[in-house]
Design a protein around this ligand. Structure first.
Ligand code: HMH
Length: 206
């Protein structure tokens, strides 16, 4: 069996569609999202990105030598992203020391557990997590202010190239992995798609 990132999007097409096309994103595009809903997402996503950064940090310990450069570039971008979140929260008068909502907690626990999985599963997960935002923020088309910079952060061409590099790295190790590891990568992808959908939904249940 050979499996690639592209195959995963095909196999789990419906779950991926739900993860990347959501009323939260169309609400930003149409201006119908409320400030409270947007701020809920913003604070929870900051809490998510802190733990996502830890996940990528742990991947350095498992990655082959020639994957380090892309992972380190990713970590540099995450350093900038965490500071950017802090600036956005400050502009909006938001406290970032909020408790995690349960969906955010589940996602963070899931990411912390990935260190126990084979590296091809971790590489697939990293690509899927970044691809979800890259596609999700691009799909609605141009975003009006004040959401333009949010859409640009994950939808810009440089980020799209980074996501392609992550797919190349994941594909390389995934196609060489055992059937068992490939099956694990597939369930991991589906889990991420479902967590992404639930994460958008959080803004509406707070
Ligand atoms: C929930 N998924 C979530 N937040 C993010 N910032 C990303 C993916 C992409 O980094």
């Amino acid at each position: 069996m050979t499996l690639t990132c592209k195959d995963l999007v095909t196999i789990h097409a419906e779950a991926w569609e739900r993860a990347t096309v959501h009323p939260f994103l169309t609400g930003c595009q149409r201006g119908t999202i409320t400030a409270a809903q947007f701020n809920t997402w913003l604070v929870q996503d900051y809490l998510f990105v802190k733990d996502f950064t830890r996940m990528v940090g742990k991947m350095l310990g498992a990655a082959p030598d020639h994957h380090l450069d892309v992972l380190l570039a990713g970590l540099m971008a995450l350093k900038d992203e965490l500071l950017w979140f802090q600036a956005k929260a400050e502009e909006r008068g938001l406290k970032l020391e909020a408790p995690r909502q349960s969906t955010c907690s589940h996602y963070c626990d899931f990411m912390a557990g990935l260190v126990l999985e084979p590296y091809p599963v971790q590489a697939t997960a990293l690509w899927a997590i970044e691809a979800a935002y890259n596609q999700g923020w691009q799909k609605p088309g141009p975003m009006p202010a004040p959401y333009t910079e949010f859409a640009d952060r994950w939808g810009n061409p440089g980020f799209t190239d980074y996501v392609k590099l992550l797919a190349t790295q994941a594909d390389e190790v995934l196609t060489q992995a055992s059937d068992h590891t490939q099956a694990l990568a597939s369930t991991t992808f589906l889990r991420i798609a479902n967590l992404e959908t639930a994460f958008w939904q959080m803004a509406f249940v707070a």
